[in-house]
Design a protein around this ligand. Structure first.
Ligand code: NI
Length: 138
């Protein structure tokens, strides 16, 4: 964990964005449009409510999606916290030095206007996602 990381969202694995979001919409959360991420093979949307942390819902697109493993093992569950950073490539190296295992190098994410994301795993804390604050040029 690095001191300049800024909390961005908590991510839930779910087999039904529709069923999950219905509960939160009842609690006056607003849901944005759904995004398809063909790299991660998932459908993504966000639930927002003023003064509350943003919740990301991640639903598998098909059986190839790696999120299936998490749902099979734990059911619907929160499984990552995402932090925003201004230099994801530099922080990728720093996190590796701190003993975090990268799941993949930074890739563009459809749900974030093609900003770069990457994921890490560490036994003591589970999954951490990084999101670059800047959009990729081109
Ligand atoms: Ni996320």
């Amino acid at each position: 964990m690095l001191k300049h990381f800024r909390f961005h969202h908590i991510g839930y694995a779910t087999d039904s964005i529709a069923a999950f979001s219905a509960e939160y919409i009842r609690g006056e959360y607003k849901m944005n449009e759904e995004f398809i991420d063909n790299i991660q093979r998932v459908k993504i949307c966000f639930l927002h409510k003023k003064d509350n942390p943003t919740i990301e819902l991640v639903e598998p697109l098909d059986e190839k999606s790696s999120i299936n493993k998490i749902i099979k093992k734990n059911g619907v569950c929160p499984y990552h916290i995402c932090y925003e950073t201004d230099d994801i490539n530099a922080d990728f190296d720093l996190m590796c030095q701190l003993g975090y295992t990268p799941l993949f190098r930074p890739v563009k994410a459809a749900a974030f206007e093609n900003r770069l994301i990457c994921y890490f795993y560490k036994k003591e804390i589970g999954f951490v996602e990084l999101l670059n604050s800047k959009m990729e040029v081109k």
